[in-house]
Ligand binder design. Structure first.
Ligand code: TYM
Length: 340
């Protein structure tokens, strides 16, 4: 029986995903990605990393980056990832990520990397520091994914282009040598894949938005959440109807739909004849209820640093043993002399 279980375990398809510890996690990270990690964790062998090496592409305050990396790991668990099921780890603890990146760099084209929207956005946001790391950022991401032979990568819509690049690099490598990497599929939720800023609803919500009112953080207090939603930018209309031409109210409807489980049609019906003020109160209540348990669990988990450190160590060990196998195979295929 035990043997049978083991065999079944081994056949589980693989998931990898990660988030940058550049700030506290926010509602978009939860709705676009983390919530799906939790849904998938039983059927898949899961690897969830805190991508601290990616964060270095924008200047960080070292002490803050160190603290935030633990904050993000704690938020994964608070959001429902079970460390007994999934390997939760810090990217830099598994040096194979950086090593595979180097090899994959030689399989990615200058042209395709310069077409990446995130590269273009970040280069213009940080025009004083357009470093080479920013350019090869998606190759490190490809290494994250391909090291674990991931079948599925649950992410928000903004990562779709990076996934496409990962697939292209993997296919190119497989074609040039022989099948080595599993070609991963993105999983982007139909609803909630792109939560918008509360202040500029044509822009995505971002954890690094300098306008604090634009983003709901998962550790915001009930009052902070209520205030942010109350001040959310809508439009001069009065009805609660989903319409792409009205991004502010449509974004709030999407958030409300996900946090309550109601469909957009239900919401339109429930709020017929009611105005923005009533609707915003309902959205605020729903988001407060959605975020509160995450915040409470977060405070508990984050205060037990020895336990968190133990979880991350265990996660890194598990990740390392998988990553090492792939890297060894890659080094052999490209012709590097085996390390003894
Ligand atoms: P990051 O840290 O920007 O975001 C983490 C996850 O949250 C999703 N997300 C959103 N979803 C919906 N609406 C939003 N407004 C929103 N903002 C962010 C992101 O799509 C992502 O899934 N490059 C990645 C991190 C990464 C990674 C990986 C992801 C590095 N290696 C390997 C998957 C696999 C990033 O910057 O995510």
């Amino acid at each position: 029986m035990a043997m049978e279980n083991q065999a079944n375990e081994q056949k589980k398809p693989v998931i990898l995903s990660g988030m940058q510890p550049t700030n506290d996690l926010m509602l978009g990270n939860m709705i676009g990605a983390l919530r799906n990690w939790v849904v998938f964790q039983q059927q898949y062998e899961c690897y969830f990393c805190v991508v601290d090496l990616h964060a270095l592409t924008v200047r960080q305050v070292p002490a803050e980056l160190r603290r935030r990396s633990l904050d993000v790991a704690a938020t994964y668990i608070a959001g429902g990832v079970d460390p007994k099921q999934a390997a939760i780890f810090i990217q830099s603890h598994v040096s194979e990520h950086a090593e595979l990146t180097w090899v994959l760099n030689t399989f990615a084209g200058m042209g395709e990397c310069s077409r990446m929207t995130q590269f273009k956005d970040k280069s213009s946001q940080h025009s004083d520091n357009v470093n080479v790391g920013l350019f090869t950022y998606p190759i490190l991401m490809a290494a994250d994914i391909l090291l674990y032979q991931a079948n599925l990568v649950p992410v928000g819509e903004d990562q779709k282009q990076h996934l496409e690049l990962t697939r292209n690099v993997a296919e190119r490598f497989n074609f040039h040598y022989s099948p080595t990497f599993t070609i991963p599929e993105p999983f982007i939720p139909q609803s909630g894949g792109r939560i918008m800023s509360l202040q500029e609803p044509t822009k995505k919500m971002s954890k690094s938005d300098p306008n604090a009112g634009a983003t709901i953080f998962l550790i915001d207090s009930d009052d902070q959440i209520r205030n942010k939603i109350k001040r959310a930018v809508t439009d001069s209309g009065t009805t609660i109807q989903y319409d792409e031409a009205r991004p502010g109210v449509s974004n709030l409807m999407e958030i409300y739909s996900i946090t309550t489980g109601k469909t957009v049609a239900d919401i339109e019906r429930d709020f017929e004849g009611k105005g923005y003020a009533d609707f915003k109160i309902a959205v605020a209540d729903a988001v407060v209820e959605y975020v509160k348990p995450v915040r409470e669990r977060y405070n508990e988990i984050r205060s037990d640093v020895p336990e968190l450190t133990r979880i991350l160590q265990e996660g890194a060990e598990k990740a390392r043993s998988t990553a090492r196998k792939t890297l060894r195979k890659v080094y052999k295929k490209v012709g590097l002399v085996e390390r003894t």
